[in-house]
Design a protein around this ligand. Structure first.
Ligand SMILES: Nc1ncnc2c1ncn2[C@@H]1O[C@H](COP(=O)(O)OP(=O)(O)OP(=O)(O)O)[C@@H](O)[C@H]1O
Ligand SMILES: [Mg+2]
Length: 129
């Protein structure tokens, strides 16, 4: 199953976007993890990409199959990240979001195209046959 929604890039939209993710993945034992991952991906799109500028927007796509789910958050950013997540030092106040995603997700990545970028994360869970 695949569900896609485009949201305006306003900080106040984060709870709605999280709620959207939880609504789709409510039956998954990884719903809490995916909700946290979603919040970090979405706040990054709003804080660090053109999504957060006037009339900016970002898209959230959830793909899910039995035992597996993937979230993709896309914005029109160039894909150049300054700073990069691996520049974070232990006492920095910011730079935690991607580390949280790395800790919670089974796989995550960052794809760049001519028109924008997508940051994605996947989780899996055991299913009863
Ligand atoms: N969608 C994005 N567009 C542009 N840059 C991004 C995006 N996502 C992440 N980045 C870059 O990666 C850096 C690290 O992201 P991360 O979420 O780890 O930290 P942060 O957003 O700076 O702080 P925190 O999430 O702890 O509030 C960001 O500071 C930013 O430079
Ligand atoms: Mg962040």
């Amino acid at each position: 199953m695949e569900t896609s929604v485009t949201f305006p890039g306003l900080p106040a939209i984060v709870p709605s976007a999280r709620h959207f993710v939880r609504g789709i993945l409510a039956d998954s034992p990884r719903a809490d993890d995916m909700e946290l991952i979603a919040a970090e991906l979405i706040s990054n799109a709003i804080c660090h990409s053109p999504a957060g500028e006037a009339d900016g927007e970002f898209a959230v796509i959830i793909r899910t199959e039995p035992g597996w789910a993937r979230i993709e958050v896309s914005d029109s950013g160039t894909g150049e990240w300054h700073p990069r997540p691996d520049d974070t030092r232990p006492d920095d106040e910011y730079g935690r979001g991607m580390a949280i995603i790395a800790a919670l997700a089974d796989k995550f990545g960052h794809d760049v195209t001519a028109t924008g970028q997508t940051v994605w994360a996947e989780v899996g869970w055991p299913t009863v046959e």
